[in-house]
Design a protein around this ligand. Structure first.
Ligand SMILES: Nc1ncnc2c1ncn2[C@@H]1O[C@H](COP(=O)(O)OP(=O)(O)O)[C@@H](O)[C@H]1O
Ligand SMILES: O=C(O)C1=C[C@@H](OP(=O)(O)O)[C@@H](O)[C@H](O)C1
Ligand SMILES: [Mg+2]
Length: 179
């Protein structure tokens, strides 16, 4: 691979799950910015938000993203808010291909409602919060180099396989060796 593949998009779109499977198929390193932040802080995302606040988390996120982008090309899954910072978008553009994992609001909600691991959704109306964030962020996600639409009924494996086919077709320069 000549550049990183950087997955962006909403919470629950499957950036972490699809990124892992995509990296396995490509036999390249997989990094998840949230997991890297958690490892460095020895705390969960929930604990970081509760103890240090969102601004602190966003600063760590930008740092971690910079470090991951400086490493060998691989698949990087970001947290849903990372793409909102213009500096992060610039860093990604310099070293990677950004791919918006797009997904219907119903599917996002179905996936995130089961897990209390996303502090931004700990509100009185988590579904309303998710929809509002999607509305705010959608136009910014659309700035990504590529968009991939994840279908609700597809498995993780089917989705990452289809994503790889789409990426190979649209960016033959990116993946030079067929694993
Ligand atoms: N087709 C699919 N694509 C992505 N995730 C899926 C799919 N089917 C089920 N899931 C589940 O949905 C959740 C997606 O969450 P995650 O990968 O953490 O998303 P994100 O990192 O974008 O917030 C995971 O629990 C995953 O196992
Ligand atoms: O959308 C966001 O602002 C966030 C998304 C989360 O990552 P996922 O998109 O991987 O769930 C995590 O970074 C944090 O809870 C904030
Ligand atoms: Mg994730």
């Amino acid at each position: 691979m000549t550049r990183h593949i950087v997955l962006i998009g909403m919470m629950g779109a499957g950036k972490t799950a699809i990124g892992l499977d995509l990296a396995r198929r490509l036999r390249v390193p997989f990094k998840d910015s949230d997991a890297e932040i958690e490892a460095a802080a020895a705390m969960s995302i929930t604990e970081i938000f509760a103890r240090d606040g969102e601004a602190f988390f966003r600063a760590r996120e930008a740092q971690v993203l910079g470090r991951l982008l400086a490493g060998p090309p691989g698949v990087i899954s970001t947290g849903g808010g990372a793409w909102m910072r213009p500096e992060n978008r610039q860093m990604v553009a310099a070293r990677g291909l950004s791919v918006w994992l797009n997904c219907s609001p119903e599917t996002l909600w179905m996936r995130v409602r089961q897990r209390p691991t996303r502090p931004l959704l700990q509100t009185a109306d988590p579904k309303g919060t998710l929809l509002r964030l999607l509305e705010e962020r959608g136009p910014v996600y659309a700035l990504a180099d590529a968009e991939f639409v994840s279908q609700a009924g597809d498995s993780i494996e089917a989705t990452s396989g289809r994503l790889l086919t789409q990426l190979r077709a649209a960016h033959p320069d990116l993946i030079q060796e067929i694993p």
